[in-house]
Design a protein around this ligand. Structure first.
Ligand code: FCB
Length: 447
């Protein structure tokens, strides 16, 4: 990457889209502007769920500081910005009365992006479920597909004429499995039936929203999947089998559901008893055609077999250098997933890396933040993208997670993913060296 001092622009060509990403609850400040309560507020208020019980009430105060933040995105030379609207900000009870203040706010955001020449790439659900819908069972309730599609239509009716792209749901695995089986995210359940049903419902909601948006004439609709490479902890057949199972419920369930209208056979003995009645009839909705495919990629897991109930395995620490999250740095996994999308799922539509980046213990010294590790991480992952492109994968863009240090969910404010440092006492923004590096690379030559 960047050999002979060529810029990223030169390497990827003028049409490749460079963006950066955030999400509503992680940056906005949910206490402002009449937003309703969310299951993240409830989850964080319960001891032991979130580091220091931190929540998103103020976060980066992007609610008030968005103009400054968008100036920074523009100055870096990005083409687009991936952000999300909060369901509870627009519909405080999840359904029914609209909070006009919330809708007006997102209207201002979209205009502010367009004024700066940035393409708005919207995600409709990045995890802050209104508490009133959680009370009704949230993702365990099949009705969520229609609640969600109604919300999607309210957003599209107001903003849809100015959006560059829309994805209904960020990371279906996290919304369902991580939140209902692992219990690490809201609502913090650890229950296989809740997990399997929410996995199905999240895809049903995705497809129902896609169909509703198409009916309104919206274009450039996609899906955003989080993929984590599953490797065997050793060469034994048992470890290899364990890694295949991990791959099946983490990655393939969602890709196969949407792109092949089926679920992996390997999961069926465990999943079938928990899937809602008539689940097979939902695939035409789940598999509604998309215009683009987004993947969020960070790391791999090494999987070893273990005793006990399904999935009969656990992850073990790997040997590679790790980020502040403890995640191994493994760019090869991004290359392999991109190849898999082409070779196994026959995906020819545009693919975007909709999130990639790393957390690091960044320190300010005399107003500067040196983060060479982050520059290397981004560069190495872009190399993986370039390799896949050379081998015929239709990757058309890459988004850095994240614009700002922000609320990293159950890990609170401690894990810093931003290109821009945020002091969470003063809310002051300070661009890191990685921001300046991207700026040098992305600026376009004067016409
Ligand atoms: C992804 C999420 C994003 C952020 C990054 C680190 O799974 O989409 O909100 O937490 O991980």
């Amino acid at each position: 990457m960047n050999k002979n001092n060529a810029t990223l622009r030169a390497q990827f060509g003028p049409d490749f889209e460079f963006g950066t990403a955030t999400s509503a609850y992680q940056i906005e400040g949910h206490q402002f502007g009449g937003a309703g309560r969310t299951h993240w507020d409830d989850f964080a208020a319960t001891p032991g769920n979130v580091v220091r019980a931190e929540h998103g009430a103020v976060a980066c105060d992007h609610y008030h500081r968005y103009a400054e933040d968008f100036d920074l995105i523009q100055a870096a030379g990005f083409d687009s910005y991936r952000f999300s609207t909060s369901w509870a900000r627009v519909l405080p009870e999840g359904r029914g009365a609209v909070n006009q203040e919330g809708l007006d706010y997102y209207d201002r955001l979209v205009d502010a992006l367009l004024e700066r020449g940035l393409k708005p790439n919207l995600t409709l659900y990045h995890w802050e479920l209104p508490s009133a819908l959680a009370d009704l069972g949230g993702w365990r309730n099949r009705d969520i597909a229609h609640w969600f599609a109604d919300y999607a239509q309210i957003i599209a009716a107001r903003l849809g004429d100015r959006l560059h792209a829309i994805a209904p749901i960020n990371e279906p695995w996290c919304v369902s499995f991580l939140s209902h089986f692992v219990g690490a995210h809201a609502p913090g359940l650890r229950d296989i039936r809740a997990a399997v049903r929410s996995m199905h419902h999240v895809l049903l909601a995705h497809g129902t929203a896609i169909t509703a948006l198409r009916e309104m004439g919206q274009t450039n609709l996609g899906g955003v999947f989080n993929l984590e490479w599953s490797g065997p902890a050793d060469e034994t057949p048992a470890a290899q089998e364990a890694a295949l199972m991990h791959d099946a419920y983490y990655n393939r369930f969602f890709l196969e559901g949407v792109f092949q209208k089926s679920y992996p056979n390997r999961l069926m003995p465990t999943f079938e008893p928990h899937l809602p009645k008539g689940w097979q009839d939902d695939f035409d909705t789940i598999g509604a055609p998309l215009d683009w495919c987004g993947i969020n990629y960070y790391t791999r897991s090494l999987i070893a077999p273990s005793d006990g109930p399904w999935p009969h395995h656990h992850a073990v620490a790997g040997p590679l250098p790790k980020t502040q999250m403890g995640w191994e740095i493994y760019p090869e996994g991004l290359y392999k997933f991109l190849m898999r999308l082409k070779d196994e799922y026959n995906i020819t539509m545009p693919i975007y890396v909709t999130e990639n980046g790393m957390a690091h213990e960044d320190q300010i010294a005399e107003g500067q933040i040196a983060d060479p590790q982050r520059i290397a991480y981004i560069q190495d992952h872009l190399d993986a993208v370039a390799r896949a492109r050379n081998e015929g994968v239709n990757v058309q863009g890459y988004y850095v997670w994240s614009l700002l240090d922000n609320y990293e969910w159950a890990l609170g404010y401690e894990k810093r993913f931003g290109l821009i440092h945020v002091d969470f006492d003063t809310l002051e923004r300070t661009p890191k060296a990685s921001y300046h590096w991207l700026k040098d690379n992305l600026s376009r030559p004067a016409p």
